[in-house]
Design a protein around this ligand. Sequence first.
Ligand code: AMP
Length: 283
Amino acid sequence: MEVAETIESVRRIVKNARNEGRKIGLVPTMGALHIGHISLIEAAVKDCDFVIVSIFVNPTQFGPGEDFEKYPRPLDADLKICKKAGVDVVFAPSPEQMYPAENITWVNVEKLTEPLCGKSRPGHFRGVTTVCTKLFNIVTPDTAYFGQKDAQQAIVIKRMVVDLNMPLEIVICPTVREPNGLAVSSRNQYLTARQKKDAANIYKSLQTCRGMIDAGTTEAHQIIAEMRKILQQIPSGQIEYVSIVDAETLESVDKIAGKILAAVAVKVGPARLIDNILVDTGK
Ligand code: AMP
């Protein structure tokens, strides 16, 4: 496995792989790799002949007062995980490598970035879409892999690729969870054992949502009220949003119909946690 720290070196490596006719897969990450990331890598290794994992804690997607500085950066452990998973190249650039000068060119997806996380994290998705565009331009993958865990991000990236005719396929992989249902996240490291246990209520609230829909409830506000009750049982929890939206447009729905996304953001102690489920009512 090679480790490239510069754009020039990763481009050279990719060029060689491409000349050999290999299908190139990219898994963009911020590191602190866990079984969620590994599931994306495994999907890439299965589909592609040459797999690149990028590890970059992207400053432009963090707002003031967020956890950019304290975000975990265990590079050696990450490299071991990548090697074991069959990754060909890890691209781990410095912030100076990715942003050598003040960044004044941005990629901005409208509408889809306004609700949910976009409300409380202004500029976050602009940072995500800009860094993904840069990574796509640097690595030129045939396919890039993202997690359903960050549902809004996945929808925004998919739309960006369509709207800007980017020549790659986006694959979304299912959310990997702890045995108690908590979605695995690099930010779970910020939680105490007790908070981790309590945070299982996030998935419990989403399962309640699915159960109510299956039982025929169609009023979104009734479901949201039940979900809130479950989330309020997290002692150190602060609910940011509990939303039921159209799975394509991300617009709020009053009546459950078609494909919906139930999405939750809760601050548990120091960690802002997000989770979601997709429900296809078939109607
Ligand atoms: P991050 O390092 O948090 O930026 O995540 C990198 C990629 O891994 C994103 O596409 C995430 O959606 C995905 N990811 C993070 N956690 C999980 C998980 N529990 N299951 C599946 N994918 C995940």
